[in-house]
Design a protein around this ligand. Sequence first.
Ligand code: 5GP
Length: 121
Amino acid sequence: MTYDENNIFAKILRGEIPTQKIYEDSYALAFPDINPQAAVHVLIIPKGKYVSIADFGATASPEEITGFYRALSAVAKLLNIEESGYRVICNSGPDSHQLVPHFHAHILGGEKMGHLFVTAG
Ligand code: 5GP
C-alpha cells in the first residue's frame, strides 16, 4: 500500500490541521483522539511515512522504531497512567477497521476497561 500524503495524520504532522500536542520529539507526535473511547485516549504517530504497524516494523530504521517506543512510554508517563495501567491498540488493515492510513497507536487508560474483545461493532 502506498502512503497517502493527504491522510489526516499527515496533515496534522504538517501543521495543516491543528491539534493539542501532548508530546513531540524527532520521532513521534502524540495528541488526543478526537473521539475518545476512554477517560484517556491519546494517539501517537511516528514522524515517518508508514501506512501501518506492519509497514513500520518492516521498513522503519532501528532508530525510528526505538524512538517511537521510547516516545510511547514517555507519553504514558506524562499522562500519569504508567502505574494505573493502559492499553495500546494498533489497528492494521480492513478487518481491524483502520481508518487512517498513517501508522498510529491508540493509548487508552484512565479508567478500568473491559478485557479484549473481537466482536464486530
Ligand atoms: P483507526 O481506526 O485508524 O485505528 O483510528 C483512527 C482514529 O483517529 C479514530 O479513533 C478517530 O477518532 C481519530 N481521528 C480521526 N480524525 C481525527 C482528527 O482530525 N484529529 C484527531 N485528533 N483524531 C482523529
